[in-house]
Design a protein around this ligand. Structure first.
Ligand code: ADP
Length: 399
């Protein structure tokens, strides 16, 4: 029995989940918030649900890791630091270098930092988290798990943009996708639920959260995915526009007298999507409520979201030459009964039939009727567990 910790470090946050492996039991979880800014705090939960919150200045990620480890000892979750034998770090961008998770060494850390152009906010923060752990626990197995690496199998026809080829060669201008750890995890669970080898299935996984992406999975591999060079592409999201005609971006920059393209990107990333359309909220719950009250713009925002989802399902099923199952996951996919209903009701062409009662329930399950031509599933995503499993995989290779 060993303990493995999954880490998700942001610029001012550090979230963690500690697992007992191979039982995959969560023995603690929590987060350090507001690192380096006033109001720093740390919350930690034990397996029995007991929560502790500490408010104190936490200057940097190293202090955050220090505090986290101290509290694990103090709360008797571990007796000694050495009980933690592995750490898995979520890393947002892996570019073309990382087609798989990687054992962290100096070169890997440098590569992660060098990839910051692909994820300016995330990769440097991820690297900071890695360095903080390395300093305090230098000898444990340390693995980087990339959001992009599951999409390393995209065929050329699905990752190249129709722009001069040399931009791909010189600058890495291509589709990388995102949410790979989640898509991989739910696809694996779907195959178990369907009692079939993943390699034999054609699946579409719908990761619908604040950020949303849709992936076509064929022969057990990512075959196409809706996010692009960055997570801005694809379907409409909480605050991101999703796919858009680039000429419109230039036109708007002229109209709005915006000189800095990064300012325009900020509008497309942070002020668009459901928030931009509804002018109400980025949270789908608020928009669904407003739509129920007859707010037209909220109704249209919901229609656009559902339409975007079914457009991708239709095109991915055609691309794969068939469809065996659809998986709903993440905040919206796991929790929104009406969105699942609206989506599946549009899939008559696939003879998809929703079981309204199963749709109301919770947890990992089928939600299709017995005679539905395709399986429809809800599978809560668990990126931290997927990360811990990756660490286990690397530990086995080391042995
Ligand atoms: P992130 O992309 O940040 O990981 P999540 O996967 O946690 O986000 O999803 C968060 C989103 O899920 C919120 O923006 C909220 O709109 C949506 N959400 C959560 N619960 C529901 C629900 N019951 N109905 C509709 N939307 C929901």
């Amino acid at each position: 029995m060993e303990k493995i910790i999954a880490i998700n470090a942001g610029s001012s946050t550090l979230k963690f989940k500690l697992f007992e492996m191979p039982e995959e039991k969560v023995i603690s979880s929590g987060a350090v918030d507001r690192i380096g800014i006033p109001g720093s705090n740390f919350t930690i939960k034990t397996a029995d649900g007991h929560k502790t919150k500490i408010e104190q200045p936490i200057k940097n990620h190293e202090e955050a890791v220090d505090l986290l480890l101290q509290q694990l000892l103090k709360l008797d979750i571990i007796k000694d630091y050495h009980e933690i034998t592995g750490v898995g770090h979520r890393v947002v961008a892996g570019g073309e270098i990382f087609q798989d998770s990687a054992l962290i060494n100096d070169q890997v850390l440098k590569d992660i930092e060098d990839l910051k152009e692909y994820a300016p906010l995330h990769n440097p923060a991820n690297a900071t988290g890695i360095r903080a752990f390395k300093k305090i626990l230098p000898d444990i197995t340390s693995v980087a798990v990339f959001d992009t690496s599951f999409h390393g199998t995209l065929p050329e026809k699905n990752y190249l943009y129709s722009i001069p080829y040399e931009y791909y060669e010189k600058y890495g201008a291509r589709k990388y996708g995102a949410h790979g750890t989640s898509h991989r995890y739910v696809a694996g669970q779907a195959a178990k639920l369907m009692q079939k080898p993943l390699e034999d299935l054609k699946l579409i996984t719908l990761h619908l959260g604040a950020g949303s992406s849709i992936t076509a999975i064929k022969d057990g591999k990512s075959f196409d995915t809706s996010m692009g060079f960055t997570p801005l592409a694809g379907i409409t999201m909480a605050t991101r526009s999703g796919d858009i005609d680039v000429s419109l971006v230039v036109y708007l920059m002229e109209k709005l007298n915006i000189k800095d393209p990064r300012k325009m990107l900020e509008i497309l990333n942070e002020k668009s999507g459901l928030l931009g359309l509804s002018q109400l909220s980025p949270d789908l719950r608020d928009i669904l409520d407003a739509a129920d009250d007859g707010n037209h713009r909220a109704e249209v925002a919901v229609d656009i979201l559902v339409n975007d989802i079914v457009k991708y399902i239709g095109s991915y099923a055609t691309e794969m030459g068939g469809l065996d199952g659809i998986v709903f996951t993440a905040g919206i996919g796991e929790n929104s009964v009406p969105i699942r209903q609206k989506v599946v009701n549009r899939l008559g062409i696939f003879n998809a039939k929703l079981d309204d009662e199963l749709n109301q329930q919770r947890g990992e399950r089928f939600i299709n009727q017995a005679d539905s031509a395709i399986k429809i599933m809800v599978i809560p995503t668990n990126e931290e567990l997927a990360i811990a499993r990756e660490v286990e995989r690397f530990k086995k290779m080391e042995d």
